[in-house]
Design a protein around this ligand. Structure first.
Ligand code: NAD
Length: 420
């Protein structure tokens, strides 16, 4: 029954990763199942008055994966392919990500099946507010805290906070993170995921003795994560030779000026047509020679078809679940690509979300330098733990990261015991 409900390739992938690591670290059967399956899965219909006078029903989801360590935490996604199984997979990955970073959260994820590129601002606001309203019985700063993900942004979080606060009767900044600084957001949150990706990539480059100046990178996805990851690397002298978004790809062997491209994309809502780079085949972009490849868009883009053809030295997973388990096997057999696995690589976002939540609860805000100092400290700590574990168990960085994340959740469940 549950497998049918959650039937989805991302969920199958998350389960396979979990099962392999559960064998590796020998999780007892009694704890295995209850660590794996989500605690709560909420599905709501979201009726909205559209601009053309129709009433359209959208489907909204929220999965709260486990509640053993504190509130659940995770993004809200607006995308045409959102379905319950995908959201459940993302919630499961959030659990291991939070636990790996040492945050007092379980994993959560939400989504609404819609195409934000085809919605007016008013329609987006209506979907966001009604979705929040439908979720009211299940969320609070102490039970489940949302954040932006694909297709949602600071404005979405501001509408969510307002809707929740209007129901409560006072401002509740801790209900979401990734909101605008003016209403209680944290300095650095907007850039945190991409900047974290860049920071970890530079650490991997140091480990591999690759000098930043003269190195090259290709980035798939030029949204929040991809743009700030590209900027963070470019600032250190890395040449960004290829970039793509949902509409197309660009290539320029001499390097793309990411700030100029950012301005272009802000005006044109796409990178396509940017004059200072050549149009390129988005699929082939991933296979071009480069030092660093950053998938920062959708899941399963590195699969058994293209894994053998990748020509990067570092794969920095900005997106969630960009590499399928079959591709992972191929990459591990190849052994020539240093992988920074997603649950570490893009964890900068949830770490600064945690800082935002803490600042909101205390009504005491930090300087940007303090945010980044703490962020890099935590990323560095998780990175070192993973490298140590990978050597200890003779496994890949991904398996080491998952082993740490999953075993921390298992331990929390064991310590709390099974109620009643
Ligand atoms: P976003 O909506 O800001 O940007 C997504 C980008 O990907 C856009 O440029 C879009 O055009 C592009 N894109 C979509 N489909 C594509 C495709 N098939 N090929 C190439 N490009 C494509 O989203 P985001 O917040 O940057 O999230 C990107 C990824 O990072 C997602 O997997 C998300 O789950 C993950 N992530 C985001 C955060 C965060 O803080 N925003 C944190 C952790 C992980």
């Amino acid at each position: 029954m549950i497998e049918t409900l959650l039937h989805n390739p991302d969920f199958a992938m998350a389960c396979r990763q979990f099962d392999e690591v559960a064998d590796l670290i020998q999780i007892p059967e009694s704890t295995r199942e209850r660590t794996k399956w989500p605690k709560r899965m909420i599905t709501v219909s979201v009726p909205v008055h559209m601009d053309d006078g129709r009433t359209e029903i959208f489907w909204g989801y929220r999965v709260q994966h486990h509640l053993s360590s504190g509130p659940t935490k995770g993004g809200l996604r607006f995308h045409p392919e959102v379905e319950l199984g995908e959201v459940a997979a993302l919630a499961m990955w959030m659990s291991w990500k939070c636990s790996l970073a040492g945050l007092p959260y379980g994993g959560g994820k939400g989504g609404v099946t819609c195409d934000p590129t085809k919605l007016s601002l008013r329609e987006k606001e209506a979907i966001t507010r009604r979705y929040t309203q439908e979720m009211l019985p299940f969320i609070s700063p102490e039970t489940d805290v949302m954040a932006p993900d694909m297709g949602t942004d600071e404005q979405t979080m501001a509408w969510m906070m307002d809707t929740y606060s209007m129901n409560t009767g006072h401002s509740v900044p801790g209900i979401v993170t990734g909101k605008p600084v003016r209403i209680g957001g944290s300095l650095g949150r907007r850039e945190s995921t991409g900047r974290g990706v860049a920071w970890l990539t530079l650490r991997a480059m140091e480990e591999l003795n690759i000098a930043a100046s003269g190195a090259t990178a290709i980035v798939q996805g030029y949204g929040n994560v991809g743009s700030f990851a590209a900027l963070g690397l470019a600032e250190q002298g890395v040449r960004i030779i290829g970039i793509s978004d949902a509409n197309g790809a660009l290539f320029n062997g001499k390097g793309i000026d990411v700030l100029k491209l950012f301005q272009y994309a802000t005006i044109h809502k796409t990178i396509v047509g940017y004059p200072e780079a050549d149009p390129f085949d988005p699929k082939l972009l991933l296979e071009q020679p480069c030092d660093v490849l950053i998938p920062a868009a959708v899941s399963r883009v590195i699969d058994q078809d293209n894994a053998a053809r990748l020509r990067c030295r570092i794969l920095a997973e900005g997106a969630n679940g960009p590499t399928t388990p079959n591709a992972d096997t191929i990459l591990n057999e190849r052994g020539d690509i240093y992988i920074i696995p997603d649950i570490l690589c893009n964890s900068g976002g949830v770490i600064v979300s945690y800082f935002e939540w803490v600042q909101g609860l205390q009504r005491f805000f930090w300087k940007e330098a303090e945010v980044f100092e703490k962020l890099y400290g935590m990323l560095g700590n998780a990175h070192r733990q993973i490298r140590k574990k990978a050597k200890e168990l003779n496994v890949s960085n991904r398996q080491a990261a998952l082993a740490i994340g999953i075993s921390n959740v298992v331990e929390a469940k064991k310590l709390r015991g099974l109620f009643p």
